[in-house]
Structures are given as C-alpha cells and as structure tokens.
Design a protein around this ligand. Structure first.
Ligand SMILES: [Fe+2]
Length: 348
C-alpha cells in the first residue's frame, strides 16, 4: 500500500521534527544508520538537515551477524555499533546524532559515551514516514509528559488493576524514570520520535502480582493483538507462570524459552502511553515491515509493561516484550493517575 519514495511533505515533516530539536545553521549533525536501516528515513533526514542549513555527515555501520537463535525485536538496544571506537568518536564529536539504526541506540551500551560530551541523540523509530507524519512531535504534550515523570519519581508504589484480572504492585523506590515527548533540544539528552511515553525501571525484587493480557491487548514483539487472554504471574520481577490458550500463549511461552536465560523473564520497564495522536488500531493499518509499533506503546492510557533487560536491576538480555495493556487503573501511592485506561488530571 505504501511506496518507499521521497515525498516533499515528508521532508517538511522531518524538517519540523528536527527544528524542534533546535538544529542550528552550520551545526555538524551525524546521521547514524546501518545497512539494514530504512533508507527512506535516512534520505529524508539528510534532505531535511540540509534544508535547515546544517552540515550533516553519515556514519553507516554494517548490520552485524545474528548472534541468537530467534529474531531480535523491539529491544531499543541496537548492536550495530559493537564498540566501534572510530564511529563512537565521530558521533561524540558532533553536537547532535540522528539515530536511524534498526533497533535504536536508546539502551545500547555505547550511548553514555556518545552523549558524554554533550551530543544530543534523536532516535527516529523504524517507522514508515506515513506514521511519522501523523505523529509529528507536539510541544503541547511536553508539559504533560514532564508532569508524569515528576509523579513517578515522587512515588514509592505503583499499583495496577483491571476488570480482566490484573493485580500488580511495583515498588518504585529509587527507580529511574524517563519521559519522552518526541524531541530533544538540550545537550546530552535523548529522545525518540514518535514520543509520548513515560517509563520507570524498577529495582531488583520490586514487582509482584498478576498481569492479565486480555484479548485485544498487544504484544509488540509479535506485532499482534491478542486473540485470547494470557495471564502472567510475576514474583519478585520474574514471570513464573504463563496460562492461556491459543496462539498468543504459545508464542509467548516459546519466545521466552528461546533465550534459555532467566533474565528474559524479568521485568524491564513499567509505565504508560500519553500521545493523543497515537492510535490503538494503527497496527492493523500497516504491513509488518512498515511499522515498529512505537505508536502502540504511546497510545493514551495504556499500561506499558515490558520484560527483558533492566540495567538498573543488573539484568542483561536481548529478549524483550513490550506489552501495552488497555483498560487498566494505575495508582501512585494510592492516588489514581489512570482510570480504566483514561489519563486523569494534568496527564490528560
Ligand atoms: Fe521496551
């Protein structure tokens, strides 16, 4: 349905997004990609940067060989860099990096080094520009995401309930929290487009209870809406039991098991979506190669629960599920911030 060609309107959209990142005339901007990157977005980035009067340059890495038995999806931790010192130096020396790697550098081990001299990193998620066009950053969202970050940082407990049976408790004490509003305009900061999510990384042994993925909830690793409910029992961060019938339970069990790694079963991050432009039904509108599903992580009011790597709990694995769960009530220290999947108060 979608054609991979340059459209003038998409250069406009990229120019707008990059101008939110305050790209300056004459600024030396690195365009980071790998050989399997979506070339259309790489080209649109270059054209938009040139229109803004910036001085872009390309850092292109060969997409590395696969290191595991199953396809790696939705980790946000690109392994394209593999510690490449020269590439890291080039990125570090620029004041801005536009990240077009397939998975993104968000959780890549080289990220802290790349931004350590003040470079900001703007990750363009591996989405077709047709989706990016609808999800252009909106500065009106920024204060709402910042308010959510503040709430999560101040809270010591998150509880999540749903009519489907979810009953989960998370101890948020000292949990690092990040909010993404869709652009980064300050030195040393990181953002992704599309934005509109807030996530906390709970410490070790802090997540307990039951998470019910209902029919209609989403597994973004598989890019699927669930057909039947799947219940995950979680003890001290780890999924210890998976019940449910049909394709979804089977896929989840097999992909978990494929890693042969206890860390794959543990909690990565918890949070919620809050981008009013993001659509729950979007996954039905795209061929799988055209979407990375960031929009589904950001649709307003979803409880975003993820398994896999959590460096703050000292767990490292490439197995990762992002599971947006609808119709939940989320409370922080006993006060509801989301009710039945609806954002409340200053978050709405
Ligand atoms: Fe995730």
């Amino acid at each position: 349905m979608l054609a991979d060609r340059i459209e003038a309107k998409w250069i406009d959209v990229f120019e707008k997004a990059l101008s939110f990142c305050k790209v300056q005339r004459g600024e030396e901007v690195a365009i980071l990609s790998e050989t399997q990157s979506r070339q259309l977005n790489v080209h649109l980035t270059e054209l938009a940067l040139l229109r803004l009067g910036a001085k872009p340059f390309h850092v292109i890495l060969p997409t590395p060989p696969q290191s595991v038995a199953v396809p790696v999806r939705s980790t946000g931790a690109s392994d394209a860099m593999r510690g490449h010192k020269s590439a890291i130096s080039a990125l570090k020396a620029s004041s801005m990096v536009v990240d077009l790697t397939v998975e993104g550098m968000l959780h890549a081990p080289e990220l802290p080094e790349i931004i350590s001299d003040g470079a900001r990193l703007f990750m363009v998620s591996n989405e077709h520009p047709e989706a990016l066009e609808r999800l252009l950053p909106d500065p009106a969202l920024t204060p709402k995401v910042k308010a959510a970050v503040k709430m999560l940082r101040a809270a010591s407990t998150m509880t999540v309930h749903s009519e489907a049976g979810t009953d989960l408790e998370v101890d948020l004490t000292n949990a690092p929290t990040a909010g993404v509003w869709g652009y980064c305009d300050r030195p040393g900061t990181v953002a992704h487009w599309p934005g509109g999510v807030v996530v906390s990384f709970p410490g070790a042994g802090t997540v307990n209870g039951r998470l019910v993925l209902d029919a209609g909830d989403i597994n973004l690793t598989f890019k699927r809406y669930l057909q039947y409910p799947v219940t995950l029992t979680i003890e001290n961060d780890f999924v210890v039991d998976i019940t449910g019938k049909g394709t979804d339970a089977e896929l989840i069990k097999r992909y978990f098991a494929a890693w042969n790694d206890p860390a794959a079963y543990a909690t990565s991050h918890v949070g919620w979506g809050m981008n009013p432009a993001a659509r729950y039904e979007a996954l039905t509108m795209y061929d799988e190669r055209d979407t990375n599903g960031t929009e589904l992580r950001a649709y307003p009011g979803n409880f975003l629960y993820s398994t896999g790597a959590n460096e703050f709990a000292k767990r490292y694995t490439l197995g990762h599920f992002d599971l947006p769960v609808g119709h939940c009530t989320i409370a922080l220290d006993g006060t509801n911030v989301i009710e039945g999947g609806k954002l409340l108060g200053e978050l709405a």
